[in-house]
Design a protein around this ligand. Sequence first.
Ligand code: HMG
Ligand code: MG
Length: 303
Amino acid sequence: KSLPAVRIVEVGPRDGLQNIRDSIPTSMKLELIKRLEETGLGTIELTSVVSPRRIPQLADCRDVLGDEGIRRMGGKDLRLPVLVPTAKGLDVAIEYGVKEVAVFISATEGFSKANINCSVEQGIERARDVVSLALKSNTVVRGYVSCIFADPYDGPTQPASVLRCVKELLDAGCYEVSLGDTLGVGSPSNVRSLITFLLDNDIPGEKLAGHFHDTYGQAVANVWEAYKCGLRVFDSSVAGLGGCPFAPGAKGNVATEDLVYMFHNAGISTGVDLPKLVEIGVWISDQLKRPNGSRAGAALAIK
Ligand code: HMG
Ligand code: MG
C-alpha cells in the first residue's frame, strides 16, 4: 500500500524573492511562475500585496496579478494564493480576480511588531476581519503563524501562544494554517513536540502545514518529522530561496527539489516533475547570480 501523498506549496515567487535587495524584473518573476506551473505543483504563492516601502521587491504585485498568462493559469488543480495582511491588500487581490489569499500573524510580540506593525492580539483581530471579508467574496484563505519556535527579538516561543494563534485562524475560517519556523532554528524534536501538543489540543492534523526555513540545516529533517506526525502539506521554495527582512539572519525556505527528492525516494507522491524543477532551480539561481540553495538540485543538475 502506498504512503499518503503530500501537497507542496511553492512559495518561491513570494517568500523566495521578497528579501532580495536588487530589484528583479517583473518579466523574470512571471517566467518563474509559468515555469513552476509546468512542473505539476498544485499550489504556487504568487506575490504579496503589502506596503511597497516595507517590501520593495514585491511592489510590482499588480503587474504580476494582472498578467494575462497568470490570470488564465488558476483552476481546479492549481491554487495561486497571494499574501494580504490587510483589507487594503485584500481589495487589490479581489480586484485582480484572485481566488485564494493568505493572512499572516506571529505567535510572538517582537516579530509581530517588526513585521506587521501591531501586537499579536491586534494581528489576530486584523486577520479575523480580512478572513471574514474574503469569505464574503468567495475567496478562500490560508493562514500563517510565524515564529513557532523562536522570535528574533523575544527568544523562545510558548507553545500555548502558537496554539492560540492556530485556533484563532481556524475559527476565523482559514482552511489551513501553515506553521512557520521563520528563523529556521527548530529541529525534529521541537517539531514533534509542538505538533503533538497541537494535536493533543484538538487541532486536526489535516488543517496544518509546515513552513520551515533552513538556517540551521534542519529543514528537510523537520519536514520528514512533521510528515511522520501526520502533516501532509509543506511550503518550500525552488532553489531554497527565501527569507524575511524582519527576521535578520534567517536563511531560505527548505528547497522544493530537496523535498521532492526525499518524498519520491520514500515512494510518497508529490505530483511534481523533479527534472523540470531542477532545471528551474538552476535557471533562477543563475539569473539571480546566487549559488543554488538546493543540494539535491545542484547534485542532479551535474549528473
Ligand atoms: P501599517 O500598519 O499601515 O503600518 O501596515 P506600516 O507603517 O508598516 O505601513 C504603512 C504603509 O503601508 C502605508 O503607506 C499604508 O498605506 C501601506 P505609506 O503611508 O507609508 O505610503 N499599506 C499597504 N500598502 C500596500 N498594500 C497593503 C497595505 N496596507 C498598508 N495591503 C502592513 C501594515 C502589514 C501592511 C505593513 O506593515 C507591511 O506591509 N508589512 C510587511 C509585511 C510583510 O510582507 N512581511 C513579509 C511576509 S511575512 C513572512 O515572510 C513570514 C512567512 O513566510 C511565514 C514564516 O516564515 O514565518 C509568511
Ligand atoms: Mg517564510
